[in-house]
Design a protein around this ligand. Structure first.
Ligand SMILES: [Fe+2]
Length: 335
């Protein structure tokens, strides 16, 4: 359907087109795509879905019209590579723009924005200004922590980063400690955890930074503004290795029919200006140090990202998932 629609409109555009499969909502990327088309003359076609796009590209095989796939989380980006639907992005521009820790060493995925996995802390009930992930296992937090499922990709990324830092055995011990400090069984999404703090069910919660922006500006569900007001963000490990960050990123499809335009698009999105716009739209951080952060995001405090490479984190995802089951994390506190 996309191919038909695209070829129907192709003659009007001398510079061709690029087909984007996107897990990211159209409003997040449209301003950038418009700028890309203006700069290059290349028409950008978007297919949005919230699941199944990687499998669709795999099923379409050599006939897939997909040139790139936009998605979030190292789990899903590396998953695309494992699924065999990617090819390396070979570009000095991209390699110059994006720090190595946020790119696949073989070029199969490229990070464009960062999200930090931080602590939402009750303004009323938490006095301290600093925190570490390690500390979440301290008995002083017994019954006070809320989080979503241990098997969610966001949690797996964090646990995998702990394995990268401390090894499997210590991470297992830590995870069991965190489990024992949970207020109740992991349930709900990141915003639901902040709601639980607002409701007094827990004092701290693990969540991604951009949800603060989504709650603070939520005119459709203004009660979320109240949830946001009840918490502040603590950036874990700000005083040592830095806070765990994950990425939203892009892959080049293995059988991209418009490969040159796809690389052009990835190069465009990797520029500092594009990172800034993309990050600002979803309250994220540009991946390149020095690229401007939006005022709202800045107001939450300073992010010092962990310097571990996400390729290294990806290697530990499977073990992380096994540990979640082994300690029965999703069953909640044992006592
Ligand atoms: Fe999210």
């Amino acid at each position: 359907m996309l191919a038909a629609a695209a070829s129907a409109s192709a003659p009007a555009l001398a510079d061709g087109e690029v087909n984007i499969y996107s897990y990211r909502q159209p409003f997040l990327i449209q301003p950038l795509l418009d700028a890309f088309t203006q700069e290059t003359g290349v028409k950008a076609n978007v297919i949005f879905a919230d699941k199944g796009l990687g499998e669709r590209i795999a099923a379409e095989g050599e006939n897939s019209p997909a040139d790139v796939l936009l998605t979030v989380d190292i789990g899903r980006l590396d998953g695309a590579k494992q699924l065999g639907i990617t090819q390396p992005v070979v570009s000095d521009v991209v390699n110059g723009n994006i720090p190595a820790q946020f790119r696949d060493p073989e070029g199969h995925w490229v990070g464009l924005t960062n999200r930090a996995r931080i602590i939402y802390a009750s303004k009323d009930r938490v006095q301290q200004d600093t925190i570490t992930y390690e500390e979440l296992a301290d008995p002083k937090w017994r019954g006070k922590i809320c989080t979503r499922s241990g098997q969610h990709v966001y949690t797996i990324g964090l646990i995998a980063s702990m394995i990268a830092q401390h090894g499997e055995a210590k991470t297992e011990e830590w995870l069991a400690g965190v489990r024992d400090n949970l207020a109740h069984k992991p349930t709900g999404n990141d915003r639901a955890q902040v709601k639980s703090i607002f409701a007094g069910e827990c004092d701290i919660a693990i969540g991604n930074t951009y949800y603060m922006g989504k709650m603070e500006t939520n005119d459709k569900e203004p009660e979320q503004k109240e949830w946001a007001k009840s918490v502040r963000i603590l950036f874990p490990n700000a005083e040592d290795r830095g806070t765990h960050v994950n990425i939203a990123g892009i892959v080049l499809a293995k059988h991209a029919p418009n490969k040159d335009n796809a690389v052009k698009l990835i190069e465009f999105l990797s520029s500092g200006n594009a990172q800034h716009i993309y990050a600002e739209t979803n309250f994220e951080y540009p991946v390149t140090p020095g690229v401007e952060v939006s005022e709202r995001v800045k107001s939450w405090g300073e992010l010092k990202p962990d310097t571990v490479s996400l390729a290294e984190v990806a290697k530990h995802r499977k073990t992380a998932s096994e540990l979640v089951d082994k300690v029965g994390f999703d069953n909640g506190p044992s006592s």
